[in-house]
Design a protein around this ligand. Structure first.
Ligand code: ADP
Ligand code: ZN
Length: 752
């Protein structure tokens, strides 16, 4: 990673005079100075002068000059005193918010060091809402004025039209939000307002609920009570620990960790709950509100600018007792965090793959350690990492046996597609079809699971054999018949469906290969014309409200058959759902990724857990071509620990995580030759020893992504080796040209 050199401010920490000073001391004759970390990809903090009359403490949010700009920063400590006083620029102002707590500053540094990203880059996640630093006030926003006509001579340009169209559909928004969403300047919005086409309204600060920790929860079973007591004691003790809360879906894990939240609130501290896909978790939010009498504060990408600002500030002021959020919620400025809960800790959504590459579960454990608080990892199918940590007593373990209220786990059957064959161009085996008929006759609900959006994953020309491929990525274009489009699921490219082959020009020769959920829906409509069916996938449901509405329709039995991707596998509770059919259980096993088996097991187990959550027993049918595969065998036998045992033995033998360490370098750029050249240089400079091996460079499976060529190198080392210093030395040996990027991925989860 390249670093910008300072254009203003002055670099500290190097030079001779620094040696003469004790850390943290300031020459007596100099102006007071502070080190300020800026949210930019810089390796170090810069010194600034503290102007007369201003007092600064570490953690204070400040505005400082950087070249011609003014930027936000955080006071990181005393100045290093290297740069001559005359060259120092003064701090412009200090923001009137509580300083960033020391725990959080340490956390920023820890994450930066572990993930090998510049601290400023990590800091940017921690000050993601600069407007939150200004005092909360009612904000000016606009609505569309009904029936207002543009004044004579007012030209309706495209950007103006886009802003008006946005306001036709949706809540009032600030000029900045409108400009961003419409992709235009704020002046466009102002122009519309001056022309009388917009109605100004004042948005009041977001109302954040006050969950009441004294409301009683349900009466817990003896096992649940023991688990809750353990968690309460950990929260009250206020020391670091990590505990795995392990129990099948429906065993009451959520009920139990609510008790940990209540304990934190009673101790006057804040609680953070991470969910893998908070935007999909309407049922979770409703349930929380029922338990505590008020909703938690949410933190995820669907919030409006005003909600983000008000939430950030309230978290900093300690006014928000409970935050539920996506992984970025780890970087909020908690005044007094008392517990972190990571629900579905095994979920791969916790790995952030862009920008700063980090795993939120692992960072949460680090955050808990730095803050001296407990963290609870919750799962019915823990990650192998967590399982091994619990087995070796690095983490504590609490087990909840059995489903609450005696609901039984569903029966899992394997449907052998080699024998029980669907008819040509159909994907539901005769036995699954029969089970659906029976379920519908009982007036119960069916869920068909296929983790593939769209109609067909591949389109092929029957005349010339051409396969429709994305021009920017190593990927097939996926047909979305409902939207009448071909789409790339990697770069978002979208083009209209055409009847002619782009290669040979023949008409009517393009054939869809393989199924996506849309194609299964077609088959369902053909086989069960009277059943009420719907698709549930991230591209057929726009936003949390649409998902919430879909979940309600299922829960109220307005639908008989639900066809969905993993969007519907998460957390929902549907009492009348008694049959789950997995259309292609083998799907996740292709590709030979390190965690393919583990992930497939976890996903299918979670999908299976949707069946029979009410009083009626559930049935799960997995369609597979590999019924003898250990994943399928373990699912059918309900032998989770047997599967983990086997998986662990394989990883141990191969020296793979969690028994060994991996780190990946991803070299990418638009210039294929430059990428190749740097990859080769990195390959030559690679650290190699008796214990450390470097594989590659090899073209990444996604060798072309969004128009960038990509090569990968993979470093493999024993658990005892710290890989960061090795990688730092490695990178120092090559010159990275400006048109090539090298990303470091410590503990990679994606090998694409
Ligand atoms: P998990 O998180 O392990 O999937 P939940 O906490 O969601 O389990 O519990 C499953 C269902 O059983 C929920 O509807 C929950 O409200 C209910 N439940 C669990 N424990 C109790 C209890 N002690 N009393 C009443 N209902 C309970
Ligand atoms: Zn693409």
């Amino acid at each position: 990673m390249r670093e910008n050199s300072a254009r203003s401010g002055a670099k500290s920490g190097s030079g001779d005079s620094a040696q003469a000073l004790l850390p943290g001391t300031v020459p007596v004759d100099a102006d007071p100075r502070v080190r300020v970390l800026l949210p930019l990809p810089l390796r170090e903090a810069y010194d600034y002068r503290v102007p007369a009359g201003m007092t600064l403490v570490p953690g204070d949010y400040v505005e400082v000059p950087l070249g011609p700009r003014r930027v936000l920063g955080v006071v990181w400590g005393d100045g290093a005193g290297v740069v001559a006083a005359a060259r120092l620029k003064p701090v412009v102002r200090r923001f009137d918010v509580p300083p960033m707590p020391e725990v959080e500053r340490k956390f920023v540094e820890w994450v930066a060091a572990y993930t090998m990203t510049p601290p400023g880059h990590v800091l940017r996640m921690a000050i993601s809402v600069p407007s939150a630093l200004e005092p909360a006030k009612a904000t000016l926003a606009y609505l569309r004025k009904p029936d207002a006509e543009p004044p004579p001579g007012f030209k309706m340009t495209d950007p103006r039209r886009r802003v008006l169209a946005l306001l036709d559909d949706g809540p009032p928004r600030t000029p900045a939000e409108l400009a961003e969403e419409a992709g235009c300047g704020v002046t466009v919005v102002r122009g519309l307002a001056e022309a009388g086409l917009l109605e100004p309204v004042l948005l009041q600060p977001t109302k954040l609920g006050r969950p009441d920790c004294h409301r009683p929860g349900p009466t817990l079973s003896a096992d649940q009570e023991a688990a809750a007591a353990d968690l309460r004691a950990r929260v009250e003790s206020g020391v670091y620990s990590t505990v795995l809360l392990d129990g099948v879906t429906g065993s009451g894990k959520t009920e139990v960790y609510y008790e940990a939240i209540a304990a934190a609130l009673k101790a006057g501290r804040q609680a953070l709950v991470l969910l893998p896909e908070i935007a999909l978790s309407a049922q979770w939010l409703e349930r929380f509100a029922r338990r505590f009498g008020a909703p938690p504060a949410e933190w995820h990408s669907e919030l409006t600018g005003a909600q983000r600002r008000d939430t950030w500030r309230a978290v900093a002021n300690g006014e928000v007792p409970v935050v539920v959020g996506a992984r970025s919620a780890l970087f909020l400025p908690y005044k007094n965090l008392g517990v972190i809960i990571i629900d579905e800790e095994h979920d791969s959504a916790y790995k952030q793959e862009e920008g700063s590459i980090y795993h939120a579960r692992d960072m949460a454990v680090a955050r808990a350690h730095i803050g001296g608080i407990p963290t609870v990892l919750v799962s019915a199918t823990p990650s192998l990492e967590t399982k091994v940590n619990a087995d070796s007593n690095r983490y504590a373990r609490i087990e909840l046996p059995g489903r609450h209220g005696g609901a039984v786990l569903p029966d899992v059957e394997l449907v052998d597609l080699r024998k029980d064959r669907p008819p040509a161009r159909h994907w539901l085996a005769p036995s699954l079809k029969k089970a659906i008929e029976q379920t519908l006759a009982e007036k119960e609900q069916v869920m068909l699971f296929l983790n593939r959006r769209g109609y067909a994953p591949l389109t092929l020309c029957r005349a010339c054999g051409h396969r429709l491929q994305c021009p920017n990525c190593t990927a097939w274009l996926v047909e979305h018949r409902l939207a009448r489009k071909l789409q790339c699921h990697h770069c978002g490219l979208s083009q209209p469906l055409s009847p002619t082959c782009p290669e040979c020009g023949e008409e009517g020769t393009l054939a869809a290969c393989g199924p996506g959920v849309e194609r299964i829906a077609e088959e369902v409509a053909e086989l069960f014309p009277d059943a009420r069916a719907a698709i549930m996938a991230s591209d057929t449901l726009f936003g949390p409200r649409a998902i919430q509405e879909m979940v309600r329709r299922i829960a109220d039995h307005e639908l008989d058959i639900l066809i969905g991707t993993q969007v519907m596998a998460k957390g929902h509770h549907f009492p009348m759902l008694t049959l789950v059919g997995v259309v292609d259980a083998d799907l996740g096993l292709a590709g030979g990724d390190l965690r393919a088996g583990e992930r497939t097991y976890q996903l299918l187990h979670q999908v299976a857990g949707r069946a029979g959550r009410g009083e009626r027993p559930g049935r799960v049918m997995l369609q597979t071509y590999m019924p003898e595969h250990p994943v399928m065998q373990a699912l059918a036998a309900g032998d989770r620990d047997g599967f983990y045992q086997l998986e662990a033995e394989m990883r141990l033998e191969a020296g793979m995580p969690p028994f060994g360490r991996l780190a990946a370098l991803i070299v990418s750029g638009e210039d294929a030759a430059a990428v190749e050249k740097l990859s080769i240089a990195l390959g030559r400079a690679a650290p190699r020893s008796d214990t450390v091996a470097v594989l590659g460079p090899a073209p990444a499976p996604l060798a072309l992504l969004r128009g960038r060529h990509r090569r990968r190198l993979l470093l493999k080392a024993p658990r005892t080796v710290q890989v960061q210093p090795l990688i730092a030395q490695w990178l120092e040996q090559v010159d990275i040209p400006p048109n090539v990027r090298v990303q470091v991925d410590v503990d990679p989860y994606s090998f694409l």
